[in-house]
Design a protein around this ligand. Structure first.
Ligand SMILES: C[S@@+](CC[C@H](N)C(=O)[O-])C[C@H]1O[C@@H](n2cnc3c(N)ncnc32)[C@H](O)[C@@H]1O
Length: 366
């Protein structure tokens, strides 16, 4: 796929034939470069875990950047946010705007998956121009300080080496350009619909608690007089969510159940104004524990039964892996068959975002 093109520069998917010229270029500038890292990026891209981009200047591979979908390291692991990793432009091709076009393309890829993106930058002066560029582009440190080998550093400890593994994590909200309008990811649409459909005092359900980000947002939207029922089959998810709600001072608004969502009707008396499902596995958790269509279907049927008139069911699905594809196909067929007299059904997805981009389904009771 081509992401950007002008008279000299093309940004496109990284290809196997880019490996040799990039490695040779890095060796020529005195780096200890090897093909292995680039082979890994190609493997991640083929598996749908990442998008790998190459910058080509007049037919010469000149730079590269990768977007992990989602990121798995640092303070933002588990948030489902894309991470921009391993960004570089060969020294011979610098000062031509290539780095900034690569970052534009990487952020556009990330924006199809989330409203946030993050990255890590090294602390030594080899990263000097990258540090300045990220700040200019609006990246902010998250406040967790420096990290070494994927662990936060301890204040005043002296054991760290200022190499490429000593990094600061930075994050950026992918907002619309000044005076402009951009299409937003399925996750954004899901949050936007929920925010509009929920009023203070409402009762709502989070069918897949995970790390509790959605549960927390629901608690904030229903306010002090509202009630949130949240379900997950993993004790770890319930613990994370409980801690997150307590830290935000809203724990008393939620009832958390370590229980499959297919049992929601046993715990909740309707009507409810919203039910949210964020399908798939716990980010940062065991990928084997993923939602499955058989139980998702039972839970979706319960959710439809519990909705009040004009209440919304919002489901984010993640195709791109075997169970995710199966679940999305079956869910699409199931929702398509709902009678229009009873429900309106909307699907939102980027058709050209590649594998793994989330899709959002919204069902509103008539
Ligand atoms: C993508 S995560 C949810 C992320 C979450 N919404 C958040 O904000 O962090 C999907 C979650 O669904 C959970 N899950 C899988 N099967 C389930 C079931 N039958 N009932 C409830 N939760 C289930 C998984 O354990 C996982 O934590």
């Amino acid at each position: 796929m081509i992401y950007y093109q002008d008279a000299h520069l093309t940004i496109r998917d990284f290809a196997p034939e880019d490996v040799a010229p990039i490695v040779q270029g890095e060796i020529a500038q005195g780096w200890h470069a090897s093909a292995e890292k680039y082979e890994d990026h190609l493997r991640d891209a083929r598996a749908g875990r990442a998008v790998a981009l190459a910058a080509v200047w007049d037919d010469h591979a000149a730079g590269y950047v990768n977007v992990h979908l989602p990121g798995t390291e640092g303070p933002f692991a588990g948030r489902g946010w894309p991470e921009i990793v391993d960004f570089g432009v060969l020294e011979a091709y610098r000062r031509r705007g290539i780095g900034s076009k690569l970052m534009d393309a990487a952020e556009a890829v990330a924006a199809r998956h989330s409203d946030r993106v993050y990255l890590a930058v090294g602390l030594h002066n080899g990263y000097g121009s990258a540090q300045r560029m990220y700040i200019r582009r609006g990246y902010m440190p998250d406040g967790s300080g420096a990290w070494y080998n994927n662990r936060p550093c301890t204040p005043y400890d002296t054991i760290y080496t200022n190499n490429d593994d000593l990094v600061l994590y930075l994050t950026k909200r992918l907002t619309e350009p000044e005076g402009g309008y951009v299409l937003r990811s399925a996750r954004f649409v899901a949050a936007d619909v929920l925010k509009r459909a929920i009023s203070p005092g409402d009762t709502v359900i989070d069918a897949t608690m995970g790390n509790g980000h959605d549960t927390l947002a629901l608690c904030q939207w229903v306010g002090e007089g509202g009630r949130v029922y949240a379900f997950d089959v993993q004790a770890q998810a319930v613990e994370h969510t409980r801690a997150r709600l307590a830290a935000a001072g809203v724990a008393d608004r939620a009832a958390l159940y370590c229980l499959g969502h297919e049992h929601m009707a046993e715990k909740v008396n309707g009507p409810v104004s919203a039910v949210v499902f964020n399908l798939g596995w716990l980010p940062g958790g065991d990928h084997a524990v993923t939602t499955r269509w058989e139980t998702t279907r039972a839970a979706v049927e319960s959710a439809l039964g519990l909705l009040k008139k004009q209440g919304v069911l919002v489901i984010c699905a993640y195709p791109g892996h075997a169970e995710g594809d199966r679940e999305r196909e079956a869910l699409t067929a199931f929702l398509t068959a709902l009678r229009p007299q009873d429900f309106n059904v909307l699907a939102h997805r980027f058709l050209n975002a590649g594998p793994g981009a989330p899709e959002c389904f919204v069902v509103q009771k008539q």
